[in-house]
Write a protein that binds this ligand. Structure first.
Ligand SMILES: Cc1ncc(COP(=O)(O)O)c(C=O)c1O
Length: 463
């Protein structure tokens, strides 16, 4: 481990975590030379870029909503309009750098320093991706080796399970509760590893969703994060921090936990164990497909290597649109915008909980989230506390009554049953939410009646 220049924390040698697969990609003979084009005076005959004068676009003008247009901006004449034209439009319409547009990456680096209080000291870098999921997949491809074990917070975002299933690893469920990932349960898994998995390597990665989890809505408090980080150091695994809902925090002011990325130097005296994923999907636009990974520079390079050989780069156009807005807002302006978005979801949460209480009192329970856009609802079908599998109720009864939610089993890495269902309150208006909960009530009541009838038959047989 080498000493970091700016702090006394050591830098983890992340290369020891890399998969063989990560070494097999071949640097693209063209993209690998792009940086020479920045040498002053260089005449480039390099890339087969199309000539942008042939593109049919003259300019692109976007109107910014007046409610957010002028956030923190002091210099722009017209805060409501973003126009891309001439050189900027040509750049936006053209192939660009693999890791992302340079000035956009710089903005993101400064933003990460601003938010997470980590100096840009060479211990980390930023790569832009076509959404954060693109980067999570590429990071896992770079890290996951045949026969590796990966700890997965459970229940968990089914999108991650989809690509992990295609990697040559085994998943280990690390249980989460109302307060997110449970460090005591995680410790139990690791402390018993040699008994439960004799001769097998310890898990290499932990994948976790710390804020407003998809699906549970839970946010892990800082004390738990500290325990998790200590376990990560003790048992030598990387923490993949998927913080897609970090900026949808609407809990008490000043109470939001610091990120794993912010905490790692302080807690463990080291840097590089946390790989952080951020997404613009929930706060700028999901269709722009922009996310960014903050990680050890070697991991950024490995992910960029995959990008350069697969989708070549994230969209230049959407990066430049995002940059136009973000550079105008500045970090504080962007955060102010995010607070506005979060307040929107808080009022949606309040509305949804109101109608859910009205229709599902005694038939379901949930924990009120302080971030994100989901309620994770446990169905109370059996009177004696036994748990019912929600899948049959959701896909059988609820859909036939005209209401759709995601059964909890979709979020179980090992596909176990679950009495939960996930509802999203992001889009729904009150009248529709009310009707949805009423239909859900009918479905649960029906399931309850059936369960009671089955129990009665069972009891009769016993007698
Ligand atoms: C937990 C979580 N991570 C990642 C993603 C994907 O985000 P992106 O749109 O940035 O790829 C989602 C999308 O819903 C999500 O819920």
């Amino acid at each position: 481990m080498a000493e970091s220049a700016s702090t006394s924390a050591a830098i983890l040698d992340i290369m020891t975590f890399f998969s063989e697969q990560s070494q097999l990609w071949r640097a693209c003979g063209i993209r690998g030379l792009f940086h020479y084009e920045d040498v002053p005076g260089m005449i480039s005959l390099l890339a087969g870029r199309p000539n942008s004068s042939t593109f049919p676009f003259e300019s692109i003008t976007m109107k910014v909503k007046p409610s957010v247009a002028g956030l923190d901006q002091t210099t722009t004449d017209d805060p409501y309009t973003i126009t891309l034209e001439n050189d900027v439009l040509n750049e936006a319409m053209q192939y660009g750098m693999t890791a992302g547009v340079g000035r956009f990456i710089k903005w993101l680096q400064e933003f990460q320093t601003h938010v997470h209080k980590r100096a840009f000291d060479g211990s980390w870098g930023v790569s832009v991706g076509s959404g954060s999921q693109d980067l999570m997949h590429k990071a896992c491809v770079s890290l996951v080796e045949k026969d590796d074990f990966v700890l997965v917070e459970t229940p968990v975002y089914s999108g991650t399970l989809g690509f992990l299933a295609a990697l040559p690893c085994s998943l280990i469920e690390a249980p989460a509760d109302a307060q997110g990932l449970n460090p005591s349960k995680l410790e139990q898994i690791l402390a018993n590893w040699e008994t439960t998995h004799p001769g097998k390597p310890y898990p290499k990665l932990l994948y976790t969703i710390p804020s407003g989890s998809n699906p549970t809505g839970a946010s892990i408090p800082e004390e738990r994060k500290i325990e998790v980080l200590k376990l990560a150091k003790k048992y030598n695994f990387l923490v993949l921090e998927d913080d897609a809902y970090a900026y949808l925090y609407y809990g008490p002011e000043g109470k939001q936990a610091r990120s794993y990325f912010a905490l790692e130097p302080e807690v463990n005296g080291e840097m590089g164990r946390v790989v952080r994923f951020d997404s613009f999907s929930k706060v700028l636009s999901s269709g722009m497909r922009l996310g960014y990974m903050t990680a050890a520079p070697q991991l950024c390079a490995a992910v960029n290597m995959i990008t350069s050989n697969t989708n070549l780069q994230p969209s230049t156009l959407t990066q430049i649109i995002a940059y136009s807005l973000l550079s105008r807002w500045g970090p504080e302006g962007f955060l102010a915008h995010c607070r506005g978005v979060a307040a929107f979801y808080r009022s949606r949460r309040d509305m949804f909980e109101r109608v859910a209480r009205k229709h599902l009192e005694g038939l379901a329970e949930w924990v009120t989230p302080v971030a994100g856009m989901f309620l994770y609802i446990k169905l109370l079908v059996h009177n004696d506390g036994r748990e019912a599998d929600s899948e049959k109720i959701v896909l059988g009864k609820a859909t036939s009554k005209g209401v759709l939610a995601v059964p909890g089993t979709a979020f179980m890495p090992l596909k176990g049953p679950s009495p939960y269902l996930r509802v999203s309150f992001s889009l729904i208006e009150e009248d529709q939410a009310d009707e949805a909960c009423r239909r859900l009530r009918e479905a649960v009541l029906e399931a309850k009646m059936e369960a009671e009838a089955e129990d009665a038959v069972g009891l009769g047989k016993k007698n």
